[in-house]
Ligand binder design. Structure first.
Ligand code: KG4
Ligand code: ZN
Length: 352
């Protein structure tokens, strides 16, 4: 039987074992997930150190590193899960959004593996993956809930109406919050990756530098990080030109508070407005300690249940791709072998 005919007639299993692959940026990751919520293994090889001298991810280097890392990452994930490839029921892979060359490595590998095993190929939207990290964190988590998505490429407040229907209530009009952290890190002379380094510096400072209030007077759930980022850059240049001393620690802390307080405020506002009682967060910036503490406090005050994925499930990983892949598997949202990678995919979009 031809591959595609076999897939069309594939019977679904509630406890399906999904092998998931993620290669959208600088992490080559593979995970084995059972029944959508149980992590059997999770492997990540990062090319981060290769990018440090350049101050950011160099797409060509990331792609080449994926090609050398992917076979070993998959092999390790399968071994650590204590399974054989024959037990895998489907292959999930990030097909977008991300760096096109990097995505293509994962997509090509996943296609070959799905074809050789004769199992379905499930294309996963990376951003939906970040949202689905919540399902691995709270095994009881069920929509509806609000998801606060904060990554290097996206910032959004999403109304997760059911497992498949997302309404994006608002997002960034310019830079993503992670991008702002990375750019501020650079002007403060901190190494890539910027977010964790800004957080480290901010811990030693005070929130005592006035920075512009984002979208002052505007209601709704949109964000704008470009003004805040520019204000920090201007502050540094101004001080340097005048030869004045300033505290990098205080500037990092003031920036972090401005960037994060508004996320907390709007996320909680969305939960209340929708009449929900659950907030889940995802994406690299959700690993930020200040954001986690502040959300914990504010949700507790208002009796909102907060789903806070472990830090390693917030930054890029393949577990979240497996969790989202399982939902798509249940809907038979499969691809054939013509699947291509996409640099841009809308936040809530599913493959079919
Ligand atoms: O979700 P992610 O790993 O990749 C994307 O899909 O973009 O997010 C990466 C972003 C980077 O901008 C990084 O600086 C930021 O998340 N980030 C942080 C922290 N850890 C990672 N930002 C602030 N504080 C952190 N602790
Ligand atoms: Zn991501």
């Amino acid at each position: 039987m031809k591959y595609i005919d076999k897939i069309k007639t594939a019977s679904l299993k509630k406890d399906a074992i999904i092998l998931a692959i993620e290669s959208s940026c600088d992490e080559t990751a593979c995970a084995v997930i059972k029944g959508g919520r149980e992590i059997l293994s999770s492997e990540i090889m990062s090319s981060m150190t290769e990018h440090i001298p350049f101050g950011g991810v160099v797409p060509e280097i990331a792609s080449r590193m994926h090609t050398t890392a992917i076979s070993l990452t998959v092999k390790n994930a399968v071994e650590k899960a204590g399974i054989t490839l024959k037990e895998v029921d489907a292959i999930a892979v990030t097909y977008g959004a991300g760096l096109i060359g990097a995505l293509l490595v994962g997509v090509s590998y996943a296609k070959a593996l799905a074809f050789s095993l004769g199992v379905p190929l499930i294309p996963v939207n990376h951003v939906r993956g970040h949202v689905s990290a919540g399902y691995l964190t709270d095994l009881e988590l069920k929509p509806p809930f609000i998801s606060l998505l904060t990554s290097g490429g996206h910032t959004a407040i999403i109304d997760v109406k059911d497992y498949y229907t997302y309404e994006v209530l608002g997002g960034t009009l310019d830079d993503a919050v992670g991008e702002a952290f990375d750019k501020v890190a650079r002007v403060l002379g901190l190494q890539y990756p910027g977010g964790p380094n800004v957080e480290r510096l901010a811990k030693q400072g005070e929130n005592n530098i006035e920075l512009p209030v984002m979208l002052k007077g505007k209601k709704g759930y949109d964000f704008s990080y470009s003004g805040l980022k520019t204000a920090v850059i201007n502050y540094v240049h101004n001080k340097e030109q005048k030869g004045e001393e300033y505290s990098k620690e205080d500037l990092a802390c003031s920036f972090q508070c401005s960037a994060i307080d508004i996320l907390v405020k709007k996320a909680i506002q969305a939960v209340k407005e929708k009449g929900y009682n659950v907030l889940s967060i995802g994406g690299g910036v959700a690993a930020n300690g200040y954001l986690r503490e502040k959300l914990t406090l504010e949700c507790k005050k208002r009796n909102i249940k907060l789903v806070l994925p472990e830090k390693k499930l917030c930054t890029d990983n393949a577990c979240m791709i497996g969790a989202e892949g399982y939902l798509q598997y249940l809907n038979k949202n499969f691809a054939d072998l013509t699947l291509n990678a996409s640099a841009f995919v809308e936040i809530g979009k599913q493959y079919n």
